[in-house]
Ligand binder design. Sequence first.
Ligand code: NAD
Length: 297
Amino acid sequence: MTHVIDGNAVANRIQNDLQECIDDLETAGVTPGLATVLMSEDPASETYVSMKQRACDELGIQGLHHELDPTAAADELFETVTALNDDPDVHGILVQMPVPDHVDRATVLRRVDPSKDVDGFHPENVGRLVAGNPRYKPCTPHGIQKLLEAADVETEGKDAVVVGRSDIVGKPMANLLIQKAPGGNATTTICHSRTTDLGEKTRRADIVIAAAGYPELVDGSMIREGAAVIDVGVNRVDAETEKGYELVGDVAFESAKRKADIITPVPGGVGPMTIAMLMYNTVKAASVQTDVPVTLP
Ligand code: NAD
């Protein structure tokens, strides 16, 4: 029987454990604070930010939300970030991507104080991850590590294939898998849009992590018998539903499930973990910045 990992259940468990950390911080007079900044009218970005703020409310994290007109000058965004850097009640800052074309993304990432960069995208934090000394692990790959751990998937000595080389998923995922640390020590291959014969690579893998943003790219014929398959993709495809679309992963679930021992669904797999790990990083940031120790899950 293939084990379908319930991402909501794992995320709830982590959030329950985080609640204890938040209670300890509260007892010491500290309320963790997360500021989200949105400079976009993209409905998906609006949804993501409101989900993050809702998670803050549920846990007793102080959520502060700043919305900027997408036509405003880039300096307005930079000044907002600087003010949040200087605000001692704000422990974590998240600028929702993408930002408008006239705002340089790399400059935004560099503006966030690295100690408040709970996304883990500041060059200093990327460097620390690559050097094997991560401060904040990027939320989606960290959530995947936690899912693998929850499903008792050993990574050490295993062959892993990451499909996708983005800065937010593919690259940090591969970096975590090669760390000399628990949840790492895997022999890791990164595949991308120029990879030839993707199936030949994925069929060799004990662990396949699909993050290409291409619906059902990886099917059962590309999976080795008994593999663990993690589907990061969230793709809208036209469907005769009320909304006119449905969400489909990067993995063809039914055919892959026939081969895999362990698989994540879409939705309800990786998605809930991304938010849980953002809460984790915010609690960690509050603890470090105030010198109040907590035991993170
Ligand atoms: P991206 O577009 O930035 O990167 C996609 C990567 O896939 C690229 O590096 C590209 O080289 C590679 N790729 C594209 N086509 C390929 C192919 N045919 N074969 C091999 N590699 C190919 O996307 P991203 O931000 O990394 O996101 C990937 C997917 O994950 C998207 O569907 C996104 O919506 C989803 N996502 C989900 C979560 C979550 O929390 N569930 C978080 C982040 C991203």
